[in-house]
Ligand binder design. Sequence first.
Ligand SMILES: Nc1ncnc2c1ncn2[C@@H]1O[C@H](COP(=O)(O)OP(=O)(O)OP(=O)(O)O)[C@@H](O)[C@H]1O
Ligand SMILES: [Mg+2]
Length: 305
Amino acid sequence: MPDVIIEAKNLTKFYGPIKGIESVDFEFHGGTLGILGPNGSGKSTMIKCLIGLLNITEGESYVLGYNSSKDARRIRQLIGYMPEARCIPLDMDGISVCTYFGRLVGMPKADAMQRAHECLDYVGLKEQRYRKTGTYSAGMIQRLKMAQALVHDPDLLLIDEPTNGLDPVGREEMLELIRDLNRNGKHILLSSHILPDVEETCESTLILSEGHLVKYGNLNDLLTKDREFYKIKVNNPETFYEILVNDGMMEVSIKDEILIIQGDADVPSKVIKLAASNNFQLMLLDRERYTLEEFFVELMKSQDI
Ligand SMILES: Nc1ncnc2c1ncn2[C@@H]1O[C@H](COP(=O)(O)OP(=O)(O)OP(=O)(O)O)[C@@H](O)[C@H]1O
Ligand SMILES: [Mg+2]
């Protein structure tokens, strides 16, 4: 297993004039990585570029050491891919579909069928496996899509929107499967527009906005560091705002006469000092935290791309 599981360098994909992703650079060293971003931000495009399903417009990428454009076949034999789209033939039963996907990556028929049964057991599709998939509920389709991604026992899984269409119980079961796969040593890259999906399964996150990478790092670090802010009430807030900005505080704003300062633990002492030396009366200085949803919305709003 190479040190770098996935590497993207200036990865860019345009569909004619339409931007899918642009100049994405990152290295994934293994574990669990969640790609977050609103609808249309390029998550699926990125996954498809990585595994060679789309022609890259510019840049390059490597998966398990293989070049996404030149060695796409090899990559697809080595990884498991759970696409966002339905991708399942309607007129076959579940066990046949799963066996078929095993055959597609080169497994002998008997092995493929045995593994298909094991994977269907694992995802919790019981006797439904003998029914035509055209009769499946959305939840069953998601489970079958996961089973086919696992059939050849890949070390790396790329999972696009795993909880789409699932009810709360189905969603929790799907996330538990993903955690369990990780506990069993699989490397996982998953995409979702739902923050808690990533929060509940991933160590690190890569956030896309309008095709650009806007954050990449350890999820906990990112969310703790960037989510804290200070609320300050002071007489004459507009003038104090100027003083803070002149002092070098970059991330200050005023909303309804309240000053909001983005920053770390040294903010309070600075504010108290500036208030005292300029004769302002400090009436409130509170440390607060964005909820995850608020953090995400603020981050998207602050992108001026
Ligand atoms: N086949 C295509 N032809 C033209 N434009 C496309 C095509 N596929 C995607 N796009 C565009 O590329 C951009 C990124 O789309 P993509 O599907 O990768 O986003 P996404 O983050 O996966 O969105 P979602 O959360 O809705 O799945 C969007 O503007 C989309 O309209
Ligand atoms: Mg998508």
